[in-house]
Design a protein around this ligand. Sequence first.
Ligand code: GLP
Length: 234
Amino acid sequence: MKWETFPDHEALSERAASILLDGIRADPKIVLGLPTGNTPIGMYARVVAACAREYHCFRDVVAFNLDEYVGIPKDHPGSYCSFMQHHLFEHVDIDPKNIWIPNGRAPDLKVECTRYERAIKNAGGLALTFLGLGSNGHIAFNEPGTPFESRTHVVALSESTRKANAAFFLDQPVPTHAITMGIGTILDSREIVLLASGAKKRGAIARLRTGEQAVDFPASALWNHSNVRVLLDV
Ligand code: GLP
């Protein structure tokens, strides 16, 4: 694991954006794994600004989101679909057919999970995946207890995770379930960048640094991967 510490969220976002943009420059058809949450917002803002200058930046990029809530419409302000449109997709020239986000309203969620795994495989696998970090150590929506070899699946969200995301759901309770890439799906990405920002992540980062791998701490699965960078400002 390579650790990079930054003085603040701005500097962290700058570095994250440059890793993402370098990935696209090296392979304009790169397959990305993309996160939501507050942490990557600064990264996306910088990527959008750079792509306004770089012609056809996202034209051939393929993007798979890590997760999505179950049961809310795509255009609900709390959906990750809305988040991604607002922060990235509607500002860059990505081809809509290359945008992949699990469908949390699929009639059969198990079939949807299988379809998502197959789509990642058909695209050639994830090349570069960015992750946020839950304060309980979750990555994507893989809550504590998720097996390290898990694939895309439906999860029941923990109370702490639902609370942490409550600001996006003013008109209704935070959904109780989500579809998430599994830890195994994420570990198959050829390169992983974990972003951790703010004092609330201090405990999780301290635990990650110990190197101990434990199923009640999903981020610790990243120690099984040979190309992980952790960018932090805590
Ligand atoms: C949600 C997302 C995670 C994200 C986490 C942290 O739970 N599903 O992928 O990492 O929030 O969010 P934040 O960056 O706002 O702390």
